[in-house]
Structures are given as structure tokens and as C-alpha cells.
Design a protein. Structure first.
Length: 577
């Protein structure tokens, strides 16, 4: 479509409009060969044409030939009214554009002027003491007394610019602090005018009590007298707010690509900090239980949970794998160290994209000697409840839970104990029945799918120790129930809202029985000589379990996916950043 000025530069005496058979307005030029389709558009395209052309509209009667005639006065008046409205809109847009350009030029001038302002620390003030924001003992000033002068290194978490002051919420990884920059030189420097979220800065000033009726972290604020930008962050299209968004799910591809930036957010960092407290609670609980920590290898040549989920690699010309579990190694330690545990990485090449599966995860595993199956169940219940109690008893950790999952309630004891066979029956008795993945009723021998398991747990609404799974769907090393050899002395711990968080069993401890289990599962026993020897040299009834830290954390922190419960999740199709 020709621009109005292009048409104005021509000698135009007549402009043609064909409302029925003319070319569309975008490709028209107003000639008889390419007439406009609307009178309004014809007028718009000839606003600057002098003298004004004659407008001719094609009139096609029912009978007789078509003729080019001047438009009726009413049609011309209506079209002209639209043109006048267009001209007003155009003038308004041009005025706004002019003002915007003036403001842009003024901003550029202000920035250039701001570069001339240089801040210097007032050496007459008391020396500033460096603190972290976890320090809650700093003396606060008020109208009657001076507060401590401190300096804090951190990054801008939030920024609010007002006429009388600039307010910065600073974060340093240990807490948050409201900083007040009074209007004046502090707010007129180039740095102040280009402050952006995530800018690294050091601030100096007097720590004061928060004025009555106002809110800020820890009811205190820093009245800044000097600051220095250490590492500026962009405020344009590259601003962090344009890279990550609260409105996107944290496990979406775009957010996972920007995981390094997502981790700077309050919620994401709170999950990671809570993770630390949960892990420490496990360590403290194990120490109180007199269970010894060990550190098994991650590079192995044996399987634990089936060959289909092994990550295989070349180990100096030999075939080796990343470990699926440290369980077998733990079993070789109980004879000399007593009950043992480890917190290590495990790796499973499951081609699964569910919200509770990872290819690399933190595995908390324990192995207990000289126990019964009931002992194992009681231990797992005690472990979970003790960890939860310790986390909730820590004010900082409890604060993170309140932020992330305010409705969290610790599980009531005792946990419900349900046998696999009873669960199969329960699923079939629901109205409607909860079906298996093929859409059929569950039958004995089915591996209860995640969806059905979660639905059952959520409907029951309490922790479940689901026990006695069939031998065919469990690992070769699990001890059979002496009273029913069809099933194993095995357990999955199911939590409402998250599903399975623990899997465990008594271990097969008879040498002959274990050799037969190798054969039945078509597993060569020679690579397991070190594991089998535990049954040869002083065997004993023992059992253990594995707990996924990310699943446990997802339960406590109210996270939809385990992917947000580790720094950089690894699952099928993702091994970056």
C-alpha cells in the first residue's frame, strides 16, 4: 500500500473507489485499474493532496452499465467524520511520540549529568562493621539514640523509587534488609539512576528500628550514608525479570534453561535452604540413633534395581555403571560398623517424565542388622517423624516451610499399615474402581501404578506403610515372607500429596537362597562375590531402605515436582545447564 505522502507527491485529479469489486485497500493506489475499496481509506491516503482530488465511486445498477459517480453527500460526510477522528488520533500519537522522545533525551542528559556526581564516604562517621543479615543482635537506633553503623554486601532484590527516597530491599543469602536512600546525591548518581534487580552492591549506614505502622524484614531498616556498586545488572531487555517469570511453572523448559537465574528467587532459594535443614535433620537423627555414616562408591559393576535403568560407561576398557543404589555396599558394612547409613547420589536411566522422577537424585539409605520386619517398619516411621520434628523445631527452617507450604502438618502416628493384597482389594472396591494402566481392575501381581497409588493415598489421607509386595515385582535380594512365600517382606512409604518417598525390605540372608535368586533372575553371581560373602561369613537377618531426599522435600515444601527440589535437575532429555 502506498504511503499518504507518496500519493501526495503525485498529480492526482481523480481517485477511484470500487466498494464491491475493487482491489483491497492494502494493494490499491486509487487508479481506475486499482481502485480503493472504501471512501474512508481513499480520503486517508489523500490527506495531503493539493488540490483535493475528485472522488469517484463505481455504481452498478441492476440494469444497465456501471458508472463512476461522485459519492453522495451523506456518504462523504460519514467518511469525513471517520477521517477527522483518525486525524485527532494521529495527532495524539504524534504528540505522545514527541513527548516520549523529549523525555528520552532528558533521561540521557540526566544520566550524563549524573556521571559527574561522585559519592565519597564520610570519614567523620564511626567505622562501619561488616555484618551478614542473619545477625539480629545489631543495635538499632531510634529518635533517642544512634544505631550501629554497619556495611552489608548483597544484591538488590526489590527496588522502589519515590520522590523523597529510594527504597532497596537487599539480600545477601542470609536474609533481607530494607535500605533507605534519602533524596539527594545518593539518589542522583549514575549508579542510582540505573539500579536494577540483582545488582551487587555494598551499603553503609545506620541501622534503625522501623517506624510504627510500617513493614519490612525483621522490623528494621538501614539509613544509607554511602554505597558502592560492585557488579551492575542490566535493566533493559536483558533484565532478569524478562528472563524468568513468576507466572511460569518452575519446571517448564524455559525456566529450567534459566535455572541459574531462577535460583535467585525467594521461593527457589528457600527450597534449597530448607533442603539443607532437612538433610541436617537426617544426620542428627541418625547420630542420635547411633547409626554410622559411610560413603560407598558411585562407580560400580553390579546392578541393584534391574539392568534397564543402568547408566553404562567405559571404565578403562571394562563395562561399568553409575550406581542405582548404595544398598549392597551398606550390607557389607553392618558386620563391622553396626547399623549404617549414607547420603549419596544415585542414578537411574528411567525413560520417565513424571513429576516425581529424576535421573540423578540424592539417596538417603540405611541398613540395620539383627532386626525383624516389624523392627524395620518401626524404624522408618520413627526416622520420618523425628526428622520432621527437628525441622519444625528450627525457627529458620520452620519459616521456610511457612513461606512455601503454610498448610503443612506433621504426620500423625502410628502410620497406617496396609498389605499389598489389601490395597489391590481396596482399589477394586472404590466407586468407581481405581483401575490399572490398561484400564482394568487391579489383580494380584500388578505393579500398582503411580497414579493409582497416589489416588489411594490421597483418599485415605494419612501416611501408609504399604507392605508385602509379590516376589515377581520386587528385586532379587528381598526376603520372602516365611508365612507366605508369594510375597516379600518389603515396604513402600506413601505420603498424601507426593506418593512414595521410601522403599525398603528385609534382605535375603541365606546363602543358598541368594544363589538360587541369582539363577532365577538370570543374574551371574560371580560379580557379586563380595556381596554373597556376607551370607557366607556370619550371616544375619537384616534389612534397609532408600529414601529420595527430593521427594521428601517436595512433600514438606509443598512442591509440585521433584525438579524444583534440586539445584539443577537431571531427567530424560535434560542435562543442562
Amino acid at each position: 500500500m502506498a504511503a499518504p505522502q507518496e500519493l501526495a507527491d503525485r498529480t492526482v485529479s481523480k481517485v477511484y473507489i470500487d466498494p464491491t469489486a475493487g482491489k483491497d485497500d492494502e494493494s490499491a493506489d486509487g487508479t481506475q485499474e486499482k481502485p480503493f475499496q472504501s471512501l474512508y481509506h481513499a480520503l486517508i491516503q489523500n490527506l495531503e493532496t493539493k488540490p483535493a482530488p475528485t472522488y469517484l465511486t463505481l455504481v452498478t445498477p441492476k440494469e444497465g452499465p456501471s458508472t463512476w459517480e461522485e459519492p453522495a453527500k451523506s456518504a462523504l460526510k460519514k467518511a469525513q467524520g471517520r477521517v477527522d477522528a483518525y486525524k485527532k488520533k494521529l495527532a495524539k500519537e504524534q504528540d505522545a511520540s514527541r513527548k516520549e522522545e523529549e523525555e528520552r533525551q532528558q533521561r540521557l542528559k540526566n544520566l550524563e549529568d549524573a556521571k559527574k556526581i561522585v559519592l565519597e564516604e564520610d570519614t567523620s562517621l564511626p567505622a562501619a562493621t561488616r555484618i551478614k543479615l542473619s545477625n539480629k543482635t545489631v543495635e538499632l537506633g531510634d529518635e533517642a539514640k544512634k544505631g550501629a553503623r554497619v556495611k552489608v554486601y548483597g544484591r538488590i532484590h526489590r527496588l522502589r523509587v519515590q520522590k523523597h527516597a529510594t527504597f532497596i530491599t537487599l539480600k545477601d543469602g542470609y536474609g533481607f534488609l530494607q535500605c533507605v536512600l534519602a533524596a539527594g546525591p545518593l539518589t542522583k548518581t549514575y549508579d542510582a539512576l540505573t539500579f536494577a534487580q540483582e545488582t551487587a552492591i555494598v551499603v553503609y549506614g545506620e541501622m534503625k528500628k522501623l517506624p510504627a505502622g510500617t513493614n519490612a524484614p525483621d522490623s528494621r531498616e538501614l539509613h544509607v550514608d554511602y554505597y558502592k556498586v560492585i557488579g551492575a545488572a542490566p535493566s533493559d531487555a536483558e533484565a532478569i525479570t524478562n528472563k524468568v517469570s513468576k507466572d511460569q511453572d518452575a519446571w517448564e523448559a524455559q525456566m529450567l534453561d534459566a535455572r541459574h537465574l531462577v535460583l535467585r528467587g525467594e521461593n527457589a532459594s528457600a527450597v534449597m535452604k530448607l533442603r539443607q535443614y532437612v538433610e541436617l535433620a537426617f544426620i542428627d537423627t541418625y547420630r542420635e540413633m547411633e547409626i554410622t555414616k559411610v560413603s560407598p562408591p558411585a562407580m560400580v559393576q553390579t546392578q541393584v534395581e534391574g539392568g534397564s535403568t543402568l547408566f553404562k560407561y567405559d571404565y578403562y576398557g571394562e563395562e561399568a555403571y553409575l550406581t542405582q543404589s548404595s544398598q549392597l555396599y551398606l550390607e557389607t558394612a553392618i558386620q563391622s560398623m553396626g547399623d549404617v547409613y549414607c547420603i549419596e547420589k544415585s542414578f537411574r536411566a528411567e525413560k520417565s517424565l513424571t513429576r516425581r522422577h529424576l535421573s540423578e537424585y540424592t539417596h538417603i539409605e540405611g541398613e540395620l542388622d539383627f532386626i525383624t520386619f516389624d523392627d524395620l517398619l518401626s524404624h522408618i516411621e520413627e526416622l520420618i517423624c523425628s526428622v520432621v520434628d527437628k525441622v519444625l523445631a528450627n525457627p529458620t527452617a520452620a519459616g521456610y516451610i511457612k513461606l512455601l507450604n503454610p498448610g503443612f502438618e506433621k504426620p500423625s502416628r502410628p502410620f497406617m499399615r496396609m498389605k499389598y493384597g489389601d490395597a489391590i482389594e481396596w482399589l477394586g472396591k472404590q466407586d468407581p474402581p481405581i483401575l490399572n494402566e490398561e484400564g482394568n481392575l487391579h489383580v494380584f501381581g500388578d505393579d500398582i501404578a503411580e497414579a493409582a497409588e497416589r489416588k489411594m493415598t490421597d483418599q485415605i489421607g494419612r501416611p501408609i506403610l504399604l507392605t508385602h509386595f509379590p516376589t515377581e515385582i520386587k528385586a532379587f535380594y528381598m526376603q520372602k515372607d516365611p508365612s507366605d512365600p508369594r510375597v516379600t517382606e518389603s515396604v513402600d512409604v506413601l505420603m498424601p500429596g507426593v506418593g512414595e518417598i521410601v522403599g525398603g525390605s528385609m534382605r535375603m540372608w541365606d546363602h543358598t537362597e541368594l544363589i538360587e535368586a541369582y539363577k532365577k533372575n538370570d543374574i551371574p553371581h560371580e560379580p557379586y562375590f563380595w556381596y554373597t560373602d556376607a551370607r557366607k561369613y556370619g550371616t544375619s537377618p537384616h534389612g534397609g531402605y532408600g529414601l529420595g531426599l527430593e521427594r521428601f522435600l517436595a512433600w514438606m515444601a509443598g512442591q509440585h515436582s521433584v525438579r524444583t527440589c534440586c539445584m539443577y535437575p537431571r531427567f530424560m532429555g535434560r542435562c543442562k545447564p
